[in-house]
Design a protein around this ligand. Structure first.
Ligand code: HEM
Ligand SMILES: [Cu+2]
Length: 542
């Protein structure tokens, strides 16, 4: 603990001391910007979640019920698009990444603080344009496939431009993080001592910078096709609708790793702290993040097996898909090896980290069924796919995000959340999640197609089970955020290092002061050396 952390009093609210709208809107402090991203993305998690609840409510009955079929199309488009573009892609990188990257590498801020706040406001501008598209809401699904998206009367052009801005913000943030990690590491913070969350964020930033321009340009082409009738994707004008799918998935497959890599980074921080053991296979975990980032660019075609792409291409994409499983498997193996014979305690961050591993394995093991050509053709566009991606995205990324929120809440807010409430919420979330989404695997295997507003009555029972599960899940999420909201004001003051972590963010006060550290720390060791020191007094034992 630094001297500053010891002398820190509860009256001193660190970077939160200054009050008022302007002090936030114009701030250059990466922590404040991170907090603003956190609130913004959480808002869309709730709005997107509300649409999910409406979808599930509607699916309780097989016929036309609660809402019209067109409204159903609009709702699942909004649910998918908001969850993906305004929540899960930006949430961990922009919110937790912004807040913790500089602190964890021992810097005072990101490399380009002005660019950082500009990125935030570009993000907000993108959101405003996106919301403007609600004047005639999208019904294309979040994938915007042509030719339908080129012709529908819905506000595809407006939404494309909104998401173009959101993407631009994401590219700028990625560049900022890469430069920050290269240039601003504290003395002694070598690449081999970098916390694994930083490695995950580094790989993520590379994907953001390389892949996002592709979707940005695709959105512009789509807008141009709609506005000026240029035939990029329309066969009647010499265009190719498949080209759109290639562009779309060349971005969107790598981007599932923008969603999952930061969460994996969080898990790699939490597991050793709550197992009190050095992380097993540090280098393997770090380099597998980079491997996932690069292989992720080679497999987009596995979303297009039934699109009419050549069978040679299908076979190659199917083959390559299996390679992503290798670095992913390495990580899971190393987390489990880290826990092996550790003194594990089940505080809330660990509880969610274990939930991540459990649900992500379930999601991951169902991936190969979709990656293999034969089974894919059978399962394509059924609820099996819906179950698979909710297990990986919500069971994986969102649980990782929750682990991170519980882990870092004391640092960000300067208060402790209630462990008891966190546990109650966890039970609801764990049970609710599995009831909601495991049911969808069964529905998919039985042949229930996805994106159908009405369906044959034999599927109704399972749909009812899933809907009831979604209420249990929603109650859990509500309790969890109640816990955070209440203790943001009422929680007991957090010590500098409540979990006894070794990464640098725990060596400054909670909440951190404006420039993070009274004195830039000098790093002498890696951050995972729990347990005994060796005879030289060094903790660096892998
Ligand atoms: C309370 C939790 C949730 C429930 C009950 C839920 C439920 C649903 C339902 C019923 C569908 C429509 C399936 C169909 O008709 O094909 C759907 C689609 C989707 N969900 Fe969720 N969901 C939840 C959370 C999430 C989260 C956290 C994410 C991402 C972060 C997400 C991403 C998606 C996507 C991308 C689609 C596809 C939309 C489309 O086909 O255009 N969902 N979800
Ligand atoms: Cu993919």
């Amino acid at each position: 603990m630094t001297e500053l952390a010891e002398s820190h009093t509860t009256a001193d609210r660190g970077y939160l001391t200054e009050k008022g709208f302007r002090s936030w809107a114009y701030t250059l402090d990466h922590k404040r910007i991170g907090v603003m991203y956190l609130f913004t993305t959480l808002l869309f998690f709730f709005v997107g979640g509300m649409f999910a609840m409406l979808l599930r409510l509607k699916l309780m009955t097989p016929g036309p019920g609660l809402i019209s079929d067109h409204t159903y199309n609009v709702f699942f488009t909004l649910h998918g698009a908001l969850m993906i573009f305004l929540f899960i892609i930006p949430a961990i990188p922009s919110a937790l990444g912004n807040f913790f990257i500089p602190i964890m590498i021992g810097a005072r801020d990101v490399a380009f603080p002005r660019l950082n706040i500009i990125s935030y406001w570009i993000f907000v501008a993108g959101i405003i344009v996106t919301l403007a598209s609600l004047s005639s809401p999208m019904d294309t699904g979040w994938t915007f496939y042509t030719p339908y998206s080129a012709r529908t009367g819905a506000a595809v052009t407006t939404l494309s431009l909104g998401l173009f801005l959101v993407g631009m913000s994401s590219i700028l943030t990625g560049i900022n993080f890469i430069v920050t990690i290269h240039r601003l590491r504290a003395p002694g913070m070598t690449w081999n001592r970098l916390p694994l969350f930083i490695w995950g964020m580094y790989a993520t930033s590379i994907i953001q910078v390389l892949a996002t321009p592709v979707i940005g340009i695709t959105f512009l082409l789509l807008a141009a096709e709609r506005l000026f009738g240029i035939g990029f994707f329309d066969p009647a004008k010499g265009g190719d609708p498949l080209l759109f799918q290639h562009f779309f998935w060349f971005y969107s497959h790598p981007v599932v790793y923008v969603m999952i890599l930061p969460a994996m980074g969080i898990i790699s921080e939490v597991i050793p702290v709550f197992s009190r053991k050095p992380i097993f296979g540090y280098r393997a975990i770090a380099s597998s993040s980079l491997a996932i980032a690069f292989i992720g660019f080679l497999v987009w075609g596995h979303h297009m097996f039934v699109s009419g792409m050549s069978s040679t291409a299908s076979v190659i994409f199917s083959f390559l898909t299996f390679f992503v499983a290798v670095p992913t498997g390495i990580k899971v193996f190393n987390w489990i090896a880290t826990m092996y014979r550790g003194s594990i305690t089940f505080e809330s961050p660990m509880l969610y980290a274990l939930t991540f591993i459990f649900l992500f394995i379930a999601g991951g093991l169902t991936g190969p069924f979709l990656g293999a050509l034969g089974t894919n053709v059978q399962l394509h566009d059924t609820y099996f796919v819906v179950a698979h991606f909710h297990y990986t995205m919500m069971g994986g990324t969102v649980m990782g995000f929750f682990a991170g929120l519980h882990y870092w809440f004391p640092k960000m807010s300067g208060r402790m959340a209630s462990e008891r409430l966190a546990r109650v919420a966890w039970w609801f979330i764990f049970i609710g999640f599995n009831v909601t989404f495991f049911t969808m695997f069964i529905l998919g295997l039985k042949g229930m197609p996805r994106r159908w507003a009405e369906y044959p009555p034999q599927y109704q029972d399972l749909h009812i089970v899933s809907t009831v599960g979604s209420w249990v899940l929603a109650i859990g999420v509500f309790i969890m955020f109640w816990n955070f909201a209440y203790n943001l004001f009422r929680g007991r003051p957090a010590p500098a290092n409540p979990w006894r972590g070794l990464t640098l963010e725990w060596q400054t006060s909670s909440p951190p002061q404006t420039e993070n550290f009274a004195e830039i720390p000098v790093v002498t060791d890696w951050p995972y050396g729990y347990g005994k020191k060796d005879d030289k007094g060094s903790r660096s034992k892998e």
